[in-house]
Design a protein around this ligand. Structure first.
Ligand SMILES: Cc1ncc(COP(=O)(O)O)c(C=O)c1O
Length: 330
């Protein structure tokens, strides 16, 4: 029988006890029995995230001019993320509802931009075959044809075949850092050279890598360049609910950042105002086609404690340079 609302209210303790039983069939992610999906540290940290979250659970991020606290969280998350990814002060961005939304925003933005600036009516995008499924979803949502870039024999996107896929309908190229199936960082510098040559935007999907690669580099790992240090990279998505260890669940909080030259928030359409750092954006655009309603407070809190709480074990100078804005990293 379909579930129905109870006829009478029940004591809170009883409801909470019921809720606990709901998780009995879930995987035991707390003890390392799950790869990916949940990025769990320990009970103390989970309790801390819960406390930060519940402090703002009643707030509504739909209108940041009313809930200034939420807008502040978003601004500071974006500013710190942009700095971590070596963005210039012009880089702006938004906190989204998930990595998938960040990918969707990139496709919509580049499709609209190509339509407005170059009159492209049959948009295409170039995706390595290893692109996350979110990109194929975006293709269907926004009617942008996918041109697939195959892999070379080392399972890396075959940059030698990239140029032949670019044409006047190309609205964006995608590279991942890393891609999900093999954990390989696509050859972003080589992609960027071609992107610049043909005047096509290049998005880096760092949903997995955005909050771990910078720290691997700070710890002395030699990594290829993949972020805003590479001329030609015009936007990056990075998930705080993965290796940023922000709260997962109904309100995850990844980020999407954009260089201003590629995706200025410029529509004059009237509508709900949605500020993004350093730019005021009106829907639609990279500012906020959809607004998350949940408070990103646990997200704001998480990097400060999860990533940087053991700052002494990491090269502190790199940490300070990358993100002086987060507490614990000064
Ligand atoms: C590379 C990459 N991009 C995008 C996503 C989508 O992120 P989300 O699951 O938060 O929507 C994922 C998720 O694993 C991913 O690995």
């Amino acid at each position: 029988m379909a579930h129905k609302l109870p006829a009478r209210g029940r004591p809170a303790a009883e409801v909470l006890a019921d809720l606990k039983t709901f998780s009995s069939a879930d995987p035991d992610y707390r003890h390392g029995r799950l790869w990916s999906l949940a990025y769990y540290q320990d009970e103390d940290y989970a309790a801390f995230l819960g406390e930060a979250y519940s402090a703002f659970a009643g707030a509504n991020g739909l209108n940041p001019t009313v809930f200034k606290s939420l807008k502040r969280f978003e601004n500071e998350i974006i500013e710190a993320t942009a700095a971590l990814l070596h963005g210039t002060p012009e880089v702006c961005g938004v906190v989204t509802s998930g990595g998938t939304e960040s990918c969707l925003l990139a496709v919509k933005t580049y499709r609209d931009r190509a339509r407005q600036v170059r009159g492209v009516s049959r948009p295409e995008m170039i995706l390595p075959v290893t692109a996350h499924v979110a990109w194929f979803k975006a293709s269907e949502y926004f009617d942008v044809k996918v041109r697939l870039l195959p892999l070379d024999k080392h399972l890396r996107a075959d940059v030698a075949q990239l140029e032949r896929l670019i044409n006047r309908n190309t609205v964006m190229i995608l590279g991942s850092a890393p891609e999900y199936p093999h954990g390989t960082i696509d050859p972003i510098e080589a992609f960027a050279e071609l992107a610049l040559k043909h005047g096509v935007p290049l998005h880096v999907d760092a949903c997995v890598g955005g909050f771990i690669l910078p720290f691997m580099a700070m710890n002395g790992r030699k990594l290829p360049l993949w972020d805003y240090r590479v001329p030609g990279v015009t936007s990056i998505s990075a998930d705080l609910h993965k290796y940023g260890y922000a709260a997962k669940g109904p309100r995850p909080s990844p980020t999407a950042t954009w260089t201003s030259s590629s995706t200025r928030c410029s529509s004059t359409r009237t509508g709900p105002v949605a500020s993004s750092p350093r730019r005021r954006c009106w829907a639609p655009g990279p500012g906020a086609p959809t607004r998350r309603r949940g408070p990103p407070c646990s997200t704001w809190a998480s990097p400060a404690t999860a990533i940087w709480r053991d700052a002494p074990s990491r090269p502190s100078t790199g940490c300070e340079k990358a993100s002086g804005r987060f507490p614990g990293c000064t």
